[in-house]
Design a protein around this ligand. Structure first.
Ligand SMILES: [Ca+2]
Length: 380
């Protein structure tokens, strides 16, 4: 493994990183005749070196907490070409530019001619970037957008909120968003569904426009240049909280002066996403807790063959609950109890449409609302 004659006699030191802990020293090995063996565990990254003296840093990160509201970003304090704090690009590239609405702004800079080639297993979505807090629920998001004179249907700017997922494919974010096209056509969408659409007469794609979207429980209101564009009441089962999103097609678009404000007239509602390995879930019966795909929240999955005696219990305060997961072979039989009373039976035996159904937040295995009680149990 080591070709250098001198290096091949040196001890090698092994460091291991997992999702739980980074750079754990895992001992040293003396090569024999220039070779050595390292046992590699799954879901780990190994660093192997002949150098010594390394040690872990001892900085204690502050405890995890929510990102507070109100939240403002002017982009004026950053170097050109850099990425603002908290923003996380999911497609394209959003970077600080010189010519914002006031001072600097945020520009999407990947155009169709320099768009990278898609990975064979996963297509890339149109450019979008997300930031905020998954628990932000009732709030308004506003910003300035500029389509740089592209007065065509194929150019658009996207502003939205309540994003709860970024699909690992070419699909848009799972949330609500407004798309304003250069020719004045606009759509309010929830994920891939168009909720309402229209056209602005004499839309001027050379100018800055102000977009504001507010989320008040199930009501979504959209304003353009301080005039109401539309409102929409989403039905029960809509998305109740999530991140803010900005996006575009593969062309340049500028944004500036992002403002996210809480809507205090409304009872704060929070959606909490709980991993299946959370200690607050009590498992009874036969369960396997496994490492799963990147598409599963925190890469965890709890499986049961379902022998009639396997169930889990979860105690909560709240008005609704969704169960999200995978149904193997599209076959599931489960009874759901609230405070000991059976409220729902699920019985799907549709192996024809198997082998595996991924139930997303948009289409959960089970959705219950208007709950008055707080002990939840599912018997599988
Ligand atoms: Ca600015």
């Amino acid at each position: 493994m080591v070709n250098d004659e001198k290096a091949s006699r040196k001890k090698v030191h092994v460091w291991k990183s997992t999702e739980e802990e980074k750079f754990m020293y895992s001992g040293s090995i003396t090569p024999e005749k220039g070779t050595f063996i390292v046992e590699i565990e799954p879901f780990s990254i190994y660093s192997i070196t002949t150098t010594t003296g390394q040690r872990k840093g001892n900085f204690e990160p502050p405890p995890s907490c929510h990102l507070g509201l109100p939240y403002y970003e002017t982009f004026d304090e950053y170097a050109n070409g850099s990425q603002p704090r908290y923003f996380c690009d999911q497609g394209g590239a959003f970077e600080i530019c010189e010519n914002g609405f006031r001072g600097k702004g945020l520009s999407q800079v990947i155009t169709r001619d320099i768009r990278p080639i898609d990975w064979v297993y996963r297509k890339t979505p149109d450019p979008y970037t997300i930031f905020g807090d998954i628990d932000w629920s009732n709030y308004s998001v506003s910003c300035w957008v500029n389509l740089e004179g592209q007065n065509v249907a194929t150019a658009y700017a996207m502003v939205g909120g309540r994003v709860i997922d970024s699909p690992c494919n070419e699909n848009p974010p799972v949330g609500y968003y407004l798309k304003i096209h250069g020719n004045g056509f606009w759509e309010l969408k929830r994920y891939t569904t168009t909720l309402i659409k229209g056209t602005i007469e004499n839309f001027d794609a050379t100018k800055w426009h102000h977009v504001k979207i507010s989320f008040k429980d199930s009501k979504i209101e959209v304003f353009l240049d301080n005039a109401k564009l539309c409102d929409y009441f989403d039905e029960i089962g809509g998305i109740s909280s999530g991140l803010v999103v900005l996006g575009s097609g593969y062309h340049k678009v500028r944004f500036d002066e992002i403002s996210v404000e809480p809507l205090e007239d409304f009872t704060p509602a929070y959606a909490r996403k709980i991993d299946d390995r959370d200690p607050s879930i009590r498992y009874i019966g036969k369960w396997n807790h496994i490492f799963a795909s990147y598409s599963d929240y925190r890469r965890t999955l709890s499986e049961t063959p379902g022998n009639g005696f396997s169930y889990f219990e979860y105690t909560f305060e709240g008005a609704g609950i969704n169960i999200i997961g995978n149904i193997v072979n599209n076959r599931i039989k489960a009874d759901i109890f609230l405070d000991g009373v059976k409220v729902r039976s699920i019985n799907v035996d549709d192996i024809e449409n198997g082998p595996k159904k991924n139930c997303s937040v948009e289409s959960p295995i089970c959705h219950l609302e208007n709950i008055q009680s707080n002990l939840f149990c599912i018997l599988l």
